[in-house]
Design a protein around this ligand. Structure first.
Ligand code: ZN
Length: 429
C-alpha cells in the first residue's frame, strides 16, 4: 500500500491517491500516512504513452538501447512506448519483436510495445509476417516501415487489408521517395537561399491523401506519423469529415521549431541539430499544426525520439543523420507550444499524450483515467518549474537535442509504473 498525497489530477483540486497491488485503490482529499509520498501540489497525469520511439536495439546500441531508451522515457513521464521497427535486424518477424518486448519487460522501466515492419527488411517489396507478429508474445498491433514510406500502393492496400483481422493499424511515414530524392530540408524560401535541396510539402501530402483513400476503400485503420505541413492537416480534416478511420500524430519539435533555424539560430547556421525527417517546416505550418492538435484534427503528440551518436550528428549538414531525441523534453515542449499559449489545458494534454495514443495502439492498461480500479500508471509534473535543457543529464545514450541551453517550462517530478516508482524527484529510481 502506498499513498501519493497533495497532487492535482489534471490540474484540479489537491487529492491523495492510494495505491495497492499496482492499482489505484482510492482517490480522495486528506488521506495521509507516515510514509506517504508528498506530491508537493504537482499535477498528476496518467503515465504518458508514446506511439513513436526509436530504441535502436538491436543493432545500434551505440545510439540507444532498450534500457537507456526506457530510462529516458521514464524520465519524460512515459509509462509505455512503441518501439519502431527500423532496427538491425529489422523487427519484421515474431522473433525480433519478442526480443525487444522481452528486454522491455526485464528492465521494467516502462512498457515496450514493438512496432512490426510492414515489409520485409523495410524494403517495400514483400509484406512481412504481420499475422505472426500480431500472434506473438509481443501482440503487435501497430505496423510501420517508419524511416521509409510504403510507397507501393498495392502493398499499402494489402497491409491495410491484412491488419483488419486483428484490429491492427498501419502507421505510415508519408514521404513520396521520388519527390524527396536527395532532399535536405523543407522546400521553400530558406532552402532556396541556402542552396539546399528542398523537400516539398506535396511529397508528404500526396501520400497522406492516397493512404486516406486506400484506408477508406478497404475499411481499415490508418495512422499518419509525424504530420508536418498545413496541407497535410487539411487532408486529414477532410478524411475525418468523411468518417474514415484515420488518426494522426505531430512531434513536439514540429510544434515549436521552424526551418528558419537552419539559416539562423543560437547555434549558428547549417547546424545539423535541426536536421530531421520530416523536415522542420515554416512558421505558418507550425501554427497550423498547433491549431490542428487543439481542435483534434491531429489526435496525438508522438516524440519520434531518434537518438544518434555524436559522430553521426556533428558533421556537415549533408552528411548528418536525421532526427532528434525527444522523450525527456516532450511534455515541456508541449507545455510551451500548447499550454502556455492557451490552446490546451492539462486534460487536453493527457488525452493527446496518454489516452488517445494508448487507444490507437490498442493498449488496455495504459492511458486510463486516474480513478479507483485503474492501473496506477501515473506521472507527476511541476509546470511552474523552469529548466535549462542540459543534454549531459539525459538518461538517453544520445545527446542530439535541438533544445540544448534553452529554458523550457515544467519538470517531470515522478513516474509510477503500476504503482512502482521509476522516477522520484526527477531522478531514476
Ligand atoms: Zn518517420
Amino acid at each position: 500500500m502506498m499513498i501519493i498525497k497533495n497532487v492535482r489530477i489534471l490540474g484540479g483540486e489537491p487529492v491523495a491517491i492510494r495505491i495497492a497491488d499496482g492499482v489505484i485503490a482510492e482517490v480522495a482529499p486528506g488521506m495521509d500516512a507516515p510514509e506517504a509520498i508528498d506530491g508537493g501540489g504537482t499535477i498528476a497525469l496518467p503515465g504518458l504513452v508514446d506511439l513513436h520511439t526509436h530504441l535502436r536495439e538491436p543493432g545500434r546500441e551505440d545510439a540507444e538501447t532498450v534500457l537507456t531508451g526506457t530510462q529516458s522515457a521514464a524520465r519524460g513521464g512515459y509509462t509505455a512506448v512503441h518501439a519502431m521497427a527500423n532496427t538491425s535486424p529489422v523487427a519484421d518477424t515474431a522473433g525480433v519483436v519478442e526480443q525487444v518486448w522481452r528486454l522491455g519487460r526485464e528492465h521494467a522501466l516502462c512498457d515496450v510495445h514493438p512496432v512490426g515492419a510492414v515489409t520485409v527488411g523495410l524494403e517495400g517489396r514483400q509484406l512481412a509476417e504481420l499475422g505472426a507478429m500480431a500472434d506473438s508474445a509481443a501482440r503487435v498491433r501497430v505496423f510501420s516501415d517508419d524511416g521509409k514510406c510504403v510507397d507501393d500502393a498495392v502493398l499499402m492496400r494489402r497491409a491495410l487489408e491484412y491488419v483488419k483481422a486483428f484490429d491492427g493499424v498501419v502507421a505510415q511515414h508519408a514521404q513520396e521517395p521520388r519527390l524527396t530524392s536527395g532532399a535536405q530540408m523543407n522546400e521553400g524560401v530558406v532552402s532556396g537561399r541556402l542552396g539546399l535541396t528542398g523537400w516539398p510539402a506535396v511529397a508528404e501530402e500526396a501520400i497522406i491523401a492516397r493512404d486516406c483513400l486506400l484506408a477508406a476503400h478497404v475499411g481499415s485503420r490508418l495512422h499518419v506519423c509525424h504530420v508536418s505541413t498545413a496541407g497535410s492537416v487539411e487532408i486529414i480534416r477532410w478524411a475525418k469529415s468523411k468518417g474514415w478511420n484515420v488518426t494522426a500524430e505531430v512531434t513536439p519539435h514540429h510544434l515549436l521549431l521552424a526551418d528558419d533555424l537552419v539559416e539562423e539560430s543560437p547555434v549558428g547556421s547549417y547546424n545539423p541539430i535541426y536536421k530531421v525527417n520530416p523536415p522542420l517546416r515554416t512558421r505558418a505550418d507550425v501554427e497550423a499544426l498547433r491549431a490542428a492538435l487543439a481542435d483534434g484534427t491531429i489526435d496525438i503528440v508522438a516524440t519520434d525520439h531518434a537518438p544518434h551518436p555524436v559522430e553521426d550528428k556533428e558533421t556537415e549538414w549533408s552528411a548528418a543523420a536525421m532526427g532528434m531525441v525527444g522523450l525527456e523534453t516532450a511534455l515541456s515542449v508541449v507545455q510551451e507550444a500548447m499550454v502556455e499559449t492557451g490552446l490546451l489545458d492539462w486534460a487536453g494534454v493527457a488525452r493527446r499524450m496518454s489516452a488517445l495514443p494508448a487507444r490507437i495502439g490498442r493498449l488496455s492498461g495504459q492511458g486510463r483515467p486516474l480513478e479507483a480500479g485503474e492501473p496506477a500508471n501515473i506521472m507527476l509534473y511541476d509546470p511552474s518549474a523552469r529548466t535549462k535543457v542540459d543534454p549531459s543529464a539525459f538518461a538517453s545514450k544520445s545527446r542530439n537535442t535541438p533544445y540544448e541551453g534553452m529554458t523550457l517550462p515544467g519538470r517531470v517530478v515522478a513516474t509510477f509504473l503500476r504503482g512502482r516508482p521509476t522516477v522520484l524527484e526527477g531522478k531514476l529510481v
